[in-house]
Design a protein around this ligand. Structure first.
Ligand code: PBG
Length: 324
């Protein structure tokens, strides 16, 4: 054979492969989602997310301190609201002494440098399990946006570093930015779930928070997974409205969208490796069909390679252990 270029030279040893690796995941790439419940010393495994837990605030605080020690820099808070506190308008979401507000404050007190991001959407607080207020079986946009803006201010007041609206209502980023400005929270960031698809991969998350929609689905607000151009429209609008970080969600089945978005915006892009993506790897590994550790590193590296600057993942802790 007469070859001038031998591509295998750069793959000869682990040393040369690491020297030429284009993408390296590090602990500071990750956001750790946390599920918080009422009570003390409570730790419940989520059945469809083996190895992942809902925890009471006291245990969550210990967890956050440990995560910080491991080099993780950011947590994303979700709370499980008691059934008796749920209503159509998500009233409990605005309670200054609600579980979310207490959690933000306690976590910032215990670990002030940890970036605290909060989920902003009505579904955990909604008696209908929808991300917005329901009227005549439809999700009303503008009234919902008002609540989301008030909710964001309430989280900022409690000390949140970033609010993360995950609802997909129109115009909410501008409304949230305006509300934060008017209330003097000029340092609070907005990580917008800009291109959030109506996905079956959120199933286990809805088990975790008992937040599955009571009727219908979320297709009138979350995006159709058939669409790509629409994702670019959504992120560009959110950038104009004042988002600091845009997100694509889910991640693994949407790597093309992550790249498309990365090429379109001049702000950081995050991707959410969601509950169903975690559950798939767990299930395959439990059956001995996949090597879990290899699957984690390959999946997260692929998401970063696609263009994600930041990755929210239930595997953050495990990934840090594997890469250090
Ligand atoms: C709620 C919300 C969801 C997720 C994050 N925020 C569920 C949904 O939209 O139904 C999904 C996260 C995951 O599956 O890991 N607005």
């Amino acid at each position: 054979m007469h070859l001038l270029r031998r591509n295998r030279i750069l793959r000869t040893s682990a040393a040369i492969r690491s020297l030429v690796a284009e993408t390296i995941i590090t602990p500071s790439d990750f956001i750790v989602p946390l599920f918080i419940i009422e009570g003390a010393d409570v730790k419940e495994e989520i059945p469809s997310m083996p190895g992942y837990y809902r925890m009471s605030l006291d245990l969550t605080i210990n967890e956050v301190k440990e995560l910080w020690q491991m080099g993780l820099k950011s947590v994303l808070l979700f709370i499980k609201c008691k059934d008796e506190l749920k209503d159509n308008k998500g009233t409990e979401a605005l309670n200054p002494n609600g579980l979310m507000q207490r959690s933000i404050k306690a976590i910032k007190d215990a670990c002030p440098d940890m970036l605290v991001m909060t989920d902003v959407a009505l579904d955990p607080f909604s008696s209908y399990g929808h991300d917005g207020i329901v009227e005549n079986n439809t999700i009303v946009n503008d009234a919902t946006v008002e609540v989301l803006a008030a909710m964001s201010v309430s989280h900022a007041q409690a000390g949140a570093d970033f609010v993360a609206p995950s609802d997909m209502m129109d115009g909410r980023i501008l409304a949230i930015r305006d509300a934060l400005e008017q209330s003097g929270y000029t340092h609070t960031g907005i990580m917008s779930y800009s291109a959030k698809y109506a996905s079956c991969f959120y199933g286990p998350f809805r088990d975790a928070l008992d937040s599955a929609p009571g009727f219908g689905d979320k297709k009138t607000y979350q995006m159709d997974f058939a669409n790509r151009t629409e994702a670019v429209k959504e992120v560009l609008m959110d950038v104009e409205e004042g988002a600091d970080i845009v997100m694509v969600k889910p991640a693994m089945a949407y790597l093309d969208i992550i790249r498309e978005v990365k090429n379109a915006v001049d702000i950081p892009v995050s991707a959410y490796h969601v509950s169903g993506e975690y559950a798939m790897i767990k299930a395959a590994a439990a059956n001995g069909w996949l090597n879990e550790e290899l699957a984690i590193v390959e999946s997260l590296t692929a998401i970063k390679r696609a263009g994600a600057d930041i990755i929210a993942t239930y595997y953050a802790r495990e990934a840090v252990r594997l890469i250090s």
